[in-house]
Design a protein around this ligand. Structure first.
Ligand SMILES: NC(=O)c1ccc[n+]([C@@H]2O[C@H](COP(=O)([O-])OP(=O)(O)OC[C@H]3O[C@@H](n4cnc5c(N)ncnc54)[C@H](O)[C@@H]3O)[C@@H](O)[C@H]2O)c1
Length: 324
């Protein structure tokens, strides 16, 4: 079962932080389609006004432009909210290596503010974005919750600290928190531009514009690329999860493994391009292989991802062809 059968009471209010970004805007869209009230909080630092404009004509949608570093804004945003889906953060491992202090402020302090505001407003569930980067240099595959290595970047530290606060907020204050360790999410509206763009939209844009993409390293690194629909399912199922499952973090992936170089040539084929990539230096702070054991989310959240990499990439490519 995906998420089609999950229902919430009429009048349920969801707060999506980071709702002007890639994952957040897809969550807003899925919730609005199901008739729920959605409040989006975003400072538009990395998100896009156009991802807000998409929904502004819907009476169930409200947009608050604000910064999660400011507690009063978080408090106001959480008023009367049933579920918080907290996605706001600065992403990108390399950028966090350049800006560790900013990452601490936004990703750690901002998330703590959101948890505090959710607790104060007696929110039912606080579901938040963590990341596969918390596995650091742990070499064993598949990655399993509880077997983490040394962290490799400030970004990974921020996500790990979020998880510790999540655990504490459940234990000490009774706020049901669920950390979702996303593994390389992809899908429509993921930003293909800029130095810190994710690899799938970046390669697609470059190939569509007849540019030569650069693969960092030898291309033999692997990832558990996860289609956005699976992430939506995980968020909705976490909202329905038991109190016993709270205070924990869960791998959210498909459970597959794609090598970067294979992904590259698959994209070339799908886009009908014959372009040899440039092989550049490896990126500092990068994990070599990443592939998830999703058993914990299956058991405790009822997560059953329906979108394989192949199925997802076909949809994503079609979207970029129509929208780039
Ligand atoms: N995309 C992935 O593959 C992936 C993987 C692992 C974890 N994550 C996590 O998932 C979440 C969403 O990621 P995304 O890919 O949609 O990123 P994104 O950059 O597209 O979206 C993040 C949003 O948060 C907003 N934001 C940033 N700082 C803010 C602040 N101080 N106050 C309010 N809003 C702020 C941005 O403007 C943006 O719209 C993030 O927490 C990210 O770390 C993403």
């Amino acid at each position: 079962m995906g998420y089609e059968e999950i229902t919430f009471e009429k009048g349920t209010i969801f707060l999506v932080t980071g709702g002007a970004g890639f994952i957040g805007s897809n969550l807003c869209e899925a919730l609005l389609k199901r008739g729920h009230k959605v409040r989006c909080l975003d400072d538009l630092s990395n998100g896009k006004q156009e991802n807000v404009a998409l929904f502004l004509d819907k009476p169930e949608y409200t947009f608050i432009q604000g910064d999660i570093r400011e507690l009063p804004i978080c408090m106001k945003a959480c008023e009367n909210v049933d579920y918080v889906l907290h996605q706001a953060a600065w992403g990108s491992v390399p950028r966090s290596i350049e800006l560790p202090l900013l990452y601490e402020e936004i990703n750690i302090k901002g998330t703590l503010n959101m948890m505090e505001a959710a607790r104060e407003n007696q929110v039912k569930k606080f579901v938040y974005a963590s990341s596969s980067s918390v596995y650091g240099d742990e070499p064993n595959l598949p990655k399993k919750e509880g077997v983490e290595g040394n962290l490799l970047s400030p970004y990974a530290i921020t996500k790990r600290v979020n998880e510790e606060y999540g655990r504490i907020y459940t234990r000490l204050y009774g706020l049901d928190t669920y950390g979702l360790r996303y593994f390389n999410v992809f899908g429509k509206r993921q930003d293909p531009d800029g130095a810190y763009a994710a690899v799938i939209p970046k390669f697609i844009r470059q190939l569509l514009h007849n540019e030569r993409p650069t693969i960092n390293g030898d291309g033999k690194q692997s990832r558990d690329f996860t289609y956005i629909e699976n992430v939506i399912e995980a968020n909705l199922k976490a909202c329905k999860a038991s109190h016993e499952a709270a205070g924990e973090a869960y791998n959210i992936a498909f459970g597959g493994r794609e090598y970067l170089v294979d992904l590259y040539f698959e994209l070339c084929e799908a886009l009908d391009k014959k372009v040899e990539p440039i092989y550049g230096p490896e990126r500092t702070g990068d994990i070599r292989h990443s592939n998830a054991d999703i058993g914990k989310a299956e058991r405790l959240l009822g997560y059953e991802p329906e979108w394989s990499f192949k199925r997802g990439i076909t949809e994503a490519i079609q979207w970029y062809k129509n929208n780039l």
